[in-house]
Write a protein that binds this ligand. Structure first.
Ligand SMILES: Cc1cc2nc3c(=O)[nH]c(=O)nc-3n(C[C@H](O)[C@H](O)[C@H](O)COP(=O)(O)O)c2cc1C
Length: 203
């Protein structure tokens, strides 16, 4: 695959600007234009009540100064871990650009109204699967949609209370630009009382 940018162009603390959300938008927009099917996929790390990490992919649905929003089952493993310890991390990887972005912060549910609006915008099958799947629980038979398709026939499907949005509010960002020389560029934004503190990190 051709690289859409010249990865020899240095990416410095100066090029990063002062606003990590604006830089994220710039990189995310480029990644979405190049690979709309995969650019919004991020690995989400959470921590259990025994301080054990766990990691899985999620799909970013919205991002901005309010944070990074994704949707899931609140009773899933990730949902339960986040309810017990809101600290989490997201990592994006955009191979065509040789770019990685790490975002860390605390997670909390989005408003009920926001979850309702997003649920209402989903295809009917996806709405039914939210009802049909007790995500992360042990099951005897594969999940099927039939029972719920019958139950909801001819009706509007309401959002189950255990399914909705979560938003990660960043306290740290790291932008990583790969280099052929292996002397990759890394720029960190950490939240401080006086605003974002910006540092270059060794590769
Ligand atoms: C590319 C990709 C995107 C995914 N997006 C989501 C998502 O947005 N929300 C979600 O609950 N699960 C998503 N999943 C499934 C999760 O990776 C995971 O299997 C599921 O959420 C259960 O995780 P848990 O048991 O750690 O809670 C996605 C999986 C892949 C491979």
């Amino acid at each position: 695959m051709d690289r859409p940018i010249d990865n020899q162009i240095p990416f410095d603390v100066q090029d990063a600007g002062r606003d990590p959300y604006a830089l994220f938008d710039r990189w995310f927009t480029a990644a979405m234009q190049f690979d709309p099917h995969n650019a919004a996929v991020a690995a989400l790390a959470t921590v259990s009540s025994e301080n054990r990490p766990s990691l899985r992919y999620i799909l970013l649905k919205k991002q901005g100064v309010e944070g990074f929003v994704f949707y899931t089952n609140y009773e899933s493993r990730k949902g339960v871990e986040l309810a017990g310890n809101p600290a989490a991390a997201l990592t994006f990887w955009w191979p065509a650009f040789e770019r990685q972005v790490r975002v860390e912060g605390d997670v909390h549910p989005v408003s009920e109204a926001e979850s309702d609006a997003y649920f209402a915008s989903r295809p009917r099958e996806s709405q039914i699967s939210a009802w049909a799947s007790p995500q992360s629980r042990s099951i005897v038979e594969p999940v099927t949609l039939d029972v719920y398709q019958e139950q909801f026939a001819g009706q509007q499907i309401v959002r189950p209370a255990y399914w909705g949005g979560l938003v990660l509010v960043p306290s740290r960002f790291e932008f990583w630009q790969g280099r052929a020389s292996r002397l990759h560029d890394r720029v960190q934004f950490s939240c401080s009382e006086s605003g974002w503190q910006i540092d270059r990190l060794a590769p």
